[in-house]
Ligand binder design. Structure first.
Ligand code: MSP
Length: 580
C-alpha cells in the first residue's frame, strides 16, 4: 500500500531527542552527513564553501568520537535546464561543462581540507540507476500520474512557483518582467504534459513527522518556517519535463518523451551515496543533511515526502544555514562581487579562512564578508591569542629543557575554598575559575556542535584562550627564578597548566582548523592517537590522576603557530582616509 496513509512517524522517534539529552553522539552511532550537491553552471564561491565547511566540521567533530562510524558525501548537481542553457551559452557540450566545473568543486574541497568520503556526480551511472529505481518505486506505489502542468517556472532556481510567489519588476531594458519574489530571478510561463507526484497526500504525514521530531530541523526558527509552510496548500508537484525542452537529464523509465525533474534527480543523490537500491539499509535513515535556507523546502518537504512515498524514513536531521553577503550586498555575477574561495586561501591561509567562516557564520542569520573583518578576527584570535599563548609558554627562554613540565600539587592544591593562599599553594581564585572553565569546555563545545552552533563552540574556546592568557600574565612566570627550587616548582606548574589548556584547545579546534591544530598538538608532542574525545581529560594531575605527557620531550619548533595577516597597503590607506 502507498505509504501515504497519514500514519507517520512509524518508528521515527529518535532516542535521545528530548531536551538536554545527548543527540546523535556516542560511539557506534552511524551518520551519513551530506552537503548539498552543487550546481555546475558557475565556479564555486564562498557561500558554497561555507555549506561544505559546516558539514566538514560536523564530520570531523564526530570523528573525534572514534573512527569508522561516519561518512561525508558531497558532489555536483549536473542535470537540468539551467546547466543545459549555461552550456549552450558557453558554446560547449553540457558534459564538458559539467566535468570542468565539477573538477573545480572537487579541487576546492581538497584544498579546503573538506574530509569528504564520497564525491558524487549526478551524471554517474550509479546515480542514474538509483534515480530510475526510485522513480519505478514511486510509480509502483501509484503516486505518479500524467497531467497537463501549467504555471511559472524559474530556471535559475529550477523550481515551479505559484502566483503568490511571483512579482513584477522592470528588466535591464525597463520592460516589465515576472520574477520570483524570493530570489528575484525571472520566471517563465510553462504549459506542458508532465508526470505529477501526489505531494498533496503527504501534508498530514509530514506534519506528524515534524511534530514527532521537534529537533529534526535546526536551528529551531527554520523548523517553525516549515511548519508554517505546511499550514498552506500543498499542491501536487510536477516531477518531469518534456524531453524536447530538457534533454540534459535522466529519462523517465519507459517514456522517452519525458525527462526526470532535476530536483528529484538531485535529492536522490543522498540515497545513491548510501548504496541505493541494494545496500542503503546499513546507512539509511542515518542521513544528516546540511543545506542553505534557499533549499529548505526541497529538503524539508519534497524530500521527506518522496522518501515516505517509497516506504523509506525521512532523514534524521536537517541543518540549515543562512547566506553570506559581501559588504552588505548579495553576491551576484552581475554585481561582480562573487568572492573566489581559492583567492581567500591565498590571502588568509586555508585555516584562517575556515576559521573566519565558521566563527562568524551564524546559521540563523545572513552574515557579511569583507576583508578587514577577516584580517582583524584571525589576527586577534589565531595569531595573537592562541599563537601568542603557545609562543610565550614554550619559548626556550622560559622552558630551556624543552620538556612538558611537571605539575606540583603543593603549588596548585585541589580544594573548594581557594581564597586562602596557604591552603591552595600559589594558585589564586581566578586560577580555579580557569580550571573549572576548561574542565567544562569539551562538553560545552560538543553540545554546541550537536546543536549546529559551531560559532558558539568557537566563541567558548576563544573565551578560555583569553582566560589562559590572563592566567599566564597574572603569574609572570618569566620573572620566576629556575635556580630557586620553590620558584621552579611554581614556574613548571604554571607552564604545565598552560600547556594543558593548549592541549585541550588543540584537540577541540581540530574540526575547524585541522592544520593549525595539528601544528599545535605536534609542538606539544601529543601523538595522533592522543587527540580524540577520550583524551580530553584536562589537567589529570590536578584531579589526582597520572599525566602521560609530563616529562615528555616537546615537539620541534616549526615557527609561529599562525602567521599574522597583513592588511593590503591600499586598504590601510583607504581605511585611514588617506587615499587621494
Ligand atoms: N543543486 C542545488 C542543491 C541540490 S541538493 C540535493 C543547489 N545548488 S547551489 O550550488 O545553488 O547551492 C549549493 C549550496 O550553496 C546551498 O546550500 C546554498 O544555500 C549554498 N549557497 C549558495 N549561495 C550562498 C551564499 N551566498 N551564502 C551561503 N550559502 C549559499 O542549490
Amino acid at each position: 500500500a502507498p505509504a501515504s496513509s497519514g500514519d507517520w512517524p512509524r518508528s521515527r522517534c529518535r532516542a535521545g531527542s528530548g531536551p538536554g539529552a545527548p543527540r546523535d553522539s556516542g560511539p557506534g552511532r552511524r551518520w551519513l552527513l551530506s552537503t548539498p550537491i552543487f550546481y555546475v553552471n558557475g565556479p564555486p564561491h564562498i557561500g558554497h564553501l561555507y555549506s561544505a565547511l559546516l558539514a566538514d566540521a560536523l564530520h570531523r567533530h564526530r570523528g573525534l568520537l572514534g573512527p569508522g562510524s561516519g561518512r561525508l558525501a558531497t558532489g555536483t548537481d549536473e542535470h537540468g535546464l539551467k546547466i543545459q542553457q549555461a552550456a549552450a551559452a558557453a558554446g560547449t557540450a553540457p558534459s564538458e561543462l559539467c566535468s570542468h566545473v565539477s573538477g573545480l568543486f572537487r579541487d576546492l574541497f581538497f584544498r579546503a581540507a573538506v574530509s569528504f568520503t564520497d564525491f558524487i556526480r549526478t551524471t554517474e551511472p550509479r546515480h542514474r540507476r538509483a534515480v530510475q529505481c526510485f522513480w519505478a518505486a514511486l510509480q509502483g506505489r501509484g503516486l505518479l500520474y500524467k497531467d497537463f502542468y501549467e504555471g511559472w517556472y524559474c530556471t535559475p532556481d529550477e523550481c515551479f512557483l505559484t502566483q503568490a510567489q511571483i512579482t513584477e519588476r522592470p528588466d535591464a531594458q525597463g520592460r516589465p518582467c515576472k520574477v520570483s519574489l524570493e530570489s528575484g530571478h525571472q520566471v517563465h510561463w510553462t504549459k506542458e504534459e508532465n508526470y505529477m507526484f501526489k505531494l498533496s497526500e503527504f501534508q498530514e504525514p509530514l506534519r506528524k513527522w515534524l511534530q514527532g521530531n521537534r529537533h529534526v530541523i535546526s536551528p529551531e526558527p527554520f523548523y517553525q518556517v516549515v511548519l508554517r509552510w505546511l499550514e498552506e496548500d500543498l499542491p501536487d508537484l510536477s516531477v518531469s519535463r518534456e524531453r524536447n525542452r530538457l534533454q540534459w537529464g535522466i529519462p523517465v523509465p519507459g517514456d522517452s518523451t519525458q525527462t526526470i525533474y532535476v530536483w528529484v534527480d538531485a535529492l536522490v543523490n543522498y540515497l545513491t551515496v548510501a548504496g541505493y537500491p541494494d545496500a542503503h539499509h546499513a546507512w539509511w535513515p542515518a542521513a544528516h543533511h546540511v543545506v542553505g535556507k534557499d533549499i529548505l523546502k526541497f529538503h524539508a518537504i519534497y524530500w521527506p515526502a518522496l522518501l515516505m512515498a517509497v516506504g523509506l524514513d525521512p532523514p534524521e536531521q536537517i541543518y540549515v544555514h543562512s547566506h553570506w553577503t559581501v559588504r552588505g550586498q548579495k553576491m551576484s555575477k552581475s554585481l561582480g562581487n562573487v568572492v573566489d574561495p581559492v583567492a581567500c586561501f591565498k590571502q588568509y591561509t586555508v585555516d584562517g579562512f575556515r576559521y573566519f567562516l565558521l566563527r562568524q557564520g551564524v546559521p540563523e542569520r545572513d552574515c557579511d564578508y569583507y576583508e578587514e573583518k577577516v584580517i582583524k578576527l584571525v589576527n586577534s584570535e589565531l595569531a595573537d591569542a592562541l599563537g601568542g599563548l603557545l609562543n610565550r609558554c614554550i619559548a626556550p627562554s622560559i622552558n630551556p629543557s624543552g620538556i612538558y613540565p611537571h605539575f606540583s600539587e603543593s603549588c596548585f592544591r585541589k580544594g573548594s575554598d581557594h581564597i586562602d593562599v596557604e591552603a591552595s599553594g600559589r594558585a589564586l581564585a581566578e586560577d580555579y575559575e580557569l580550571v573549572a572553565s576548561v574542565d567544562r569546555l569539551p562538553l560545552q563545545v560538543t553540545d554546541y556542535f550537536e546543536h549546529f552552533q559551531i560559532y558558539k563552540a568557537l566563541e567558548s574556546v576563544v573565551a578560555c584562550v583569553r582566560q589562559t592568557n590572563g592566567f599566564f600574565q597574572r603569574h609572570t612566570p618569566w620573572k620566576l627564578c629556575r635556580d630557586n627550587p620553590a620558584e621552579k616548582c611554581w614556574l613548571d606548574t604554571v607552564l604545565h597548566v598552560t600547556l594543558e589548556c593548549l592541549r585541550i584547545y588543540g584537540i577541540l579546534l581540530q574540526p575547524v582548523i585541522p592544520a593549525t591544530a595539528d601544528k599545535l598538538l605536534s609542538r606539544l608532542s601529543i601523538k595522533p592517537e592522543e587527540r580524540a574525545f577520550t583524551d580530553l581529560t584536562f589537567l589529570p594531575r590536578y584531579h589526582g590522576k597520572p599525566c602521560p605527557f609530563e616529562g615528555r620531550k616537546l615537539g620541534p619548533d616549526m615557527g609561529a603557530l599562525f602567521p599574522r595577516l597583513e592588511t593590503p597597503r591600499g586598504h590601510q590607506m583607504e581605511i585611514k582616509g588617506l587615499r587621494p
